[in-house]
Design a protein around this ligand. Structure first.
Ligand SMILES: C[S@@+](CC[C@H](N)C(=O)[O-])C[C@H]1O[C@@H](n2cnc3c(N)ncnc32)[C@H](O)[C@@H]1O
Ligand code: SF4
Length: 282
């Protein structure tokens, strides 16, 4: 008999599930921002949430996520209430921070949190407004509420601030690292555009006289410009002692970052936890 064979009592470790597909924003690069919005928006049903609540003892990490805003859903708050006062599982989630109000943050104070990632995509208010259709100061207030709670409760979850790279915002990449450090984040997360279950070929959104066109905004089409900003971001992250995650170094020879000099490239890979020897081709 194999002693560690899965059994009814085995630990599942990570559970990532879509808690809602509803949202309170319409970011231009997200399917919610498309004309007509995201089809069939709904919350996870009670049966799913009941099942997870009944399985908490088997889990290490719970990640309510999805193409929606988790804090909008009653399922998220039912899980938070069920976790209150426990050590495990720890919860990690991604949010636009609008609902990180003082009252909601108080509600999270006794929940075992592992991580909170706040999506921002900009340093300038104008850019945030254009991409996320939201007031940047509202997002930053949510982060501040969270940081104040963490300080007051001596909790040890980490805060990440995330940035989806687009032509519109790529020049703000280095300053975003400074902003994250000044807010008290431990990690800054950068990611290229991905289609997120949508056909990106004719993705165009009009907002306040500006047109978001997926193909034009995708910086994978201009890796040299994106990588140059990322190299500056690495330097700023080093200066602040803050972690950097998420960015992809292209291994396709036609896209490979040949324009990044070898020492920088090594550093780049090391930041991401990749063994730099394998990245150097031996
Ligand atoms: C879909 S959102 C859901 C969570 C929450 N509503 C938020 O915005 O943080 C999860 C993450 O996907 C990112 N995202 C949205 N559209 C994207 C796209 N087209 N490509 C890559 N990331 C995207 C968001 O910026 C966010 O960090
Ligand atoms: S990126 Fe997040 S906040 Fe923005 S529309 Fe999509 S789900 Fe909502």
């Amino acid at each position: 008999m194999i002693s560690d064979a899965p059994s009814a009592k085995s630990t599942m470790q990570y559970l990532t599930f879509e808690v809602t597909t509803r949202c309170n924003l319409k970011c231009v690069m997200c399917p919610h921002g498309l004309p007509g919005g995201y089809p069939g928006q709904r919350d996870a049903d009670d049966e799913l949430i009941d099942g997870i609540v009944g399985s908490l003892d088997r889990l290490d990490v719970l990640r309510p996520t999805g193409v929606g805003e988790p804090l909008l859903s009653s399922g998220f708050w039912r899980l938070a209430d069920a976790l209150r006062g426990r050590d495990k599982p720890k919860m990690g989630f991604i949010t636009n921070a609008i609902l990180l109000t003082p009252a909601n943050v108080r509600r999270l104070a006794d929940v075992p949190l592992r991580s909170v990632m706040v999506s921002i995509d900009a340093v300038r208010s104008e850019t945030h407004q254009r991409i996320r259709g939201n007031d940047l100061s509202r997002t930053l207030s949510g982060i501040k509420n969270l940081i104040d709670m963490r300080r007051a409760t001596v909790k040890d979850f980490w805060l990440a601030m995330s940035f989806v790279i687009m032509r519109e915002n790529h020049k703000e990449i280095p300053d975003f690292v400074d902003l994250a450090a000044s807010m008290g984040a431990e990690i800054v997360y950068f990611e290229h555009l991905t289609p997120l279950m949508t056909n990106a070929s004719n993705w165009a959104v009009e907002r306040d006289g500006w047109q978001f066109n997926y193909g034009e905004q995708d910086m994978r089409n201009d890796p040299r410009a994106a990588d140059a900003m990322m190299m500056e971001a690495v330097a700023r992250a080093d200066a602040h002692g803050i972690g950097l995650g998420g960015y992809h170094v292209f291994l396709d020879p036609s896209l490979e970052a040949a324009h990044i000099d070898r020492p920088s490239r090594k550093r780049f890979l090391a930041v991401q936890g990749v063994d730099s020897r394998s990245g150097e081709g031996g």
